[in-house]
Design a protein around this ligand. Sequence first.
Ligand code: ADP
Ligand code: MG
Length: 597
Amino acid sequence: MSKRIAVLSEEVANQIAAGEVVERPASIVKELVENALDAGAGDIRIELVRGGCESIRVTDNGSGILRDDVALVFERHATSKISRIDDLGRIASFGFRGEAMASIASVARVDLLTRRPEDLAGTKAAVEAGFISEIAPAGLPPGTQITVTKLFANVPARRKFLKTEATEQSACLDAVTRLALVHPHVRFSVVADGREVFAAPAAKDVSRRIAMVLGQDFVGRSREIGGQRGPVRLRGFVSTPDFTRSNAKGIFLFVNSRFIRDASLGHAVLAAYRQVIEPRRYPAAVLFLDLPGEDVDVNVHPAKLEVRFKNSREIYDLVATTVAQALAAARTAPDAVAYRLAPRESSSAASGFWKPRETAPLRERPAEVYTRRNLQQAIETDWLRRSESTLPATEAAQAKPDAPRITFADRGYLGQFAGTYLAFGGSDGLTLIDQHAAHERIILERLKASAASRGASQPLLMPEVVSLPPAQIALFADALELLSNIGLELEIFGRDALVVKALPADLIGVPPADLISDLADQLAGEAKLSLACRKEKILASLACRAAIKANTSLCGEEVATLCRDLEQTPFNATCPHGRPVSVHFSLYEIERLFKRR
Ligand code: ADP
Ligand code: MG
């Protein structure tokens, strides 16, 4: 049975189009703030109620709208920003499609107040589910205020896709952050449920704005970059290799002041870092590309989040080489080394983290020369008896070509391979252990055990203040109790900082700023999960950050401790992400490879 073809009603067509532009409160915030910027506003205030799910209000001091044009604001393809197709090649505004307001009004109620500075009176208008209910004169200050309520009231299926209010609020703040970065001269403020959560006063230049919105921590650990190829100019800031995040969301790309997502340019940035940061860690960067309007097409995505370049290859090269040069100039020692040395150098306060336990302080030992034989004996005694070790953890000992043998069950330690894998030989074959995966699993199980017994928390002698961008602070608001249950005592401290007061004992010694930054990434990606599921994911994120990294050389004693702990850990065949901890090659397989069998 074939159905007849019919043209959709305007109402339905608008709702379908809205799906492309209005996904969640943050998409509305983006469109409203872009309109305010296009109207030349110097001061923009955003008010959110319940993460924007209940109401979003944007107030600006821009050029306002003529009363006769107010009805057109809500018409599709009605815009004051372009009039001819040629204009598309030289767009200087964020908007040009004339779709956003029509889309928003088709899925929500919109109240508009506006007055041009040159007019004596302003105009108020209300639109609900696409229909204008009133347009009337009103006494108002100059500028425009738009209030959006009843979001998705007429499309309940969409409401179900909204995440928690904290997550939606954080996404709204992300949208404001991106726009604030390219408009340093404009003042932005965001008030959520009556409290100011984001404040960026007008700044002199982009670098000051970056400090305000991305945090002092990023600024302290980033380098300014700049490069040019033909008419294409690149400027920005990239993090040094000691500042990494667990996902690529700290990479901001702007093309002619427009925030975009571009897999290829993201790849260009990562390629520059490949040699200097570990796998599965990501840098942070704020990059501004400026190029002639005719070399880039911004009209390829409804929310204009993607663009198309005429010379994409050249731009890729410009980004990759400029970032790589900056990194080569700023190369710092990887923090992995600092982690490993810190607990050993400091006193007993820093117990727990990767410190060989039951070991007397190194400095009290006489400087002995260890021969290969007594070294080996010392390690084996330690391993077999599981009693106090007498092995000194000198770097010299592990640097020797004839590295110590450590028995791991009936296997002997052969050495570390590629800075990451620990090789063991036995009568039954060859075993490789991924040191990061193994340690991650050990820490996760310890964290789980201590969280369950509620004996987890260890107060910090000096509570540590961690600076974070406001969008990330928003995520912690409804996670504080859950985090406290697992031993992480935090307090929100103003708009852009947290105080870490206590940590699970197994995490003492890991820089709190690193743990918090990964946790923020974890919380940002969360859907509405069950409590147990959230807890497990949070613990896994903490374990991942605390675990010894790939490309860290381990001394014999550290390997022995790792093996011993691993043996006592449940679920030790895989890391928390499900990757294997060890891989075994049987003697039979090896002999087959050598055609001996
Ligand atoms: P676009 O931004 O693509 O032109 P929109 O649907 O976002 O389309 O907005 C339609 C029109 O409404 C804009 O072209 C502009 O003239 C007017 N407008 C919307 N918001 C504002 C504002 N805050 N100040 C002044 N004019 C506005
Ligand atoms: Mg617009």
